[in-house]
Design a protein around this ligand. Structure first.
Ligand code: CP
Length: 317
């Protein structure tokens, strides 16, 4: 595997899940693989889980790790070609990327959607430039339209907790005060559509996702109806995708907050969220603190998904 930005890159899911389970049984079984190899993690945006879990995963594989926060201590980077660089950006990505590539063996990139220009976001211009110009295997630590390490961890978690072959998984929009990208819901949908689970998406009118990601999912605008009989409830906020409202917050209606009354409609479902989560906007305190909340093991599986991916990239060197 030379890059990891979407579900297709990981190949058959049963093999990926088997690899993940092997790593989880003994995460130090492959410490020789990364010896004298360096991972460079580049953050254009903030992170807690991705930063720590990916670094831990690389260390488990015996790698050296360098972390660059582009907006704290590095030169501000221009990403567009043809710009007259007379502003505050001192360096162009087209020089910075090959320079960064010369110091490492594998590169992880986090670069969120700007939510101003849909075409620019959905072309994935930043991570695609890393893939093109770094000369190194590149993996996404959340890009403009997908968060595949999160989705892989979500899948591992569902596989660990499911009690039937084909669980009903419901992804529900929930309110948030700020405009968030569609990367997590897009990616979760893409990964769920690669399984044979029953997969339902529920959101208010106006929050339709890109049909390319919705795929074969059933879209249900009545949240309560969608939640009936669910085995897993995956809550997430996202901003509007459809024009002319791309990137906008259309609603902060707390009637969409996941609370105990909504969870009572489910098949005693497990509650999931990628974190960080705004309590009592996305989910109430009692639901996230309940014994059906699996947000902590879900986050812990980020180490496993990252290690599975980095191991494959190391094997390709
Ligand atoms: N879920 C997730 O990616 O968390 P961070 O933004 O803290 O990395």
């Amino acid at each position: 595997m030379k890059k990891f930005t979407c579900v297709a890159d990981i190949g058959p899911l049963d093999k990926a899940l088997a690899d993940a389970a092997e790593i989880k049984r003994d995460r130090f079984a492959f410490t020789e693989l990364g010896k004298n190899k360096t991972l460079l993690m580049i953050f254009f945006n903030s992170s807690l889980r991705t930063r720590l879990s990916t670094q831990k995963a690389a260390m488990n594989l015996g790698m050296n790790v360098m972390v660059l926060d582009v907006n704290q201590g590095a030169w501000k980077l221009e990403t567009e070609r043809g710009v007259i660089m007379d502003g505050d950006k001192a360096e162009h990505l087209l020089e910075a990327i090959p320079v960064m590539g010369s110091y490492c063996d594998i590169i992880g990139v986090r670069s969120f959607a700007g939510l101003k220009d849909k075409q620019e976001d959905y072309e994935e211009r930043v991570i695609e430039q890393f893939i093109k110009y770094s000369g190194r295997p590149v993996f996404s630590m959340e890009a403009a339209t997908r968060h595949p390490l999160q989705s892989f961890a979500d899948l591992i978690t569902i596989e660990e907790y499911k009690t039937k072959e084909r669980p009903k998984v419901v992804m529900t929009w929930a309110p948030h005060p700020r405009a968030l990208p569609q990367a997590v819901p897009n990616s979760f949908a893409e990964w769920m559509n690669a399984t044979d689970y029953e997969f339902v998406i529920t959101h208010p009118h106006g929050y339709e996702l890109d049909p390319a990601f919705v795929g074969k999912a059933r879209v249900e605008y009545d949240q309560r109806k969608a939640l009936e009989g669910a085995d897993f409830v995956y809550a997430k906020n996202w901003s509007a995708y459809t024009d002319p409202n791309y990137g906008k917050v259309l609603s902060t209606d707390r009637d969409w907050t996941v609370d105990a009354e909504k969870m009572a409609l489910t098949n005693n479902a497990y509650f999931m969220h990628c974190l960080p989560v705004r309590r009592n906007m996305i989910v109430t305190d009692d639901v996230i603190e309940s014994d059906r909340s699996i947000v902590i093991p879900e986050a812990a599986n980020r180490e496993i998904s990252a290690q599975t991916v980095i191991k494959r990239l190391l094997e390709s060197l």
